[in-house]
Design a binder for this molecule. Sequence first.
Ligand SMILES: [Zn+2]
Length: 192
Amino acid sequence: MDGKIETQYPYLSDYLFLNLLNTTKRQRSKRMDFLVDNGGVEEWLKLMQQLKLLDFRQVEKLKELPIDASELQDFRVRWRGHLSQLEISEYPLESLAQYVKQVPLYFDSQLTPIPSVGGTAGLLSLVSFEMLRGAKEDLFEKVKKCGSAPCYSFFVDVSGKRKWCSMEVCGNREKAKKQYLKKKDSQAQQQQ
Ligand SMILES: [Zn+2]
């Protein structure tokens, strides 16, 4: 993703579900929650549309019913937990399948999945469908938590070598920190 869209997110993924899990960040030692702060779910949907991860018809459908931020927060907490575990033999995919069963998706001529019902259940069905598709391709095994301690973002590490969600924000912060510590260290050595 090239950072052309102005946001307060440290990182935006090419995956809808990761962007949902990444709707929280630390700001001045406080936890900020994009699902309730900064325009809440409405703004998040708009952003996903700008990123072309949702299209106009999907968003229109989702907006037909209210979207409950607290249900999305529950989903986020659960899956951030699952993906944070280093050793997990099986992800609870059945719980994802339940969301899709509850709100079946239909496909338009471009094979875009449209939930049959909007609102919270519709959004969780769409997100779960993406996750189930990803799980088939072992996507979850490549999901990593950003190596920069103050950052809460998850990202997909395709190369297996990536440490940070984004070079611009977290990579540079970590580099600067390393340089600062190195400088401090050599100054301390000179003084000895
Ligand atoms: Zn990060």
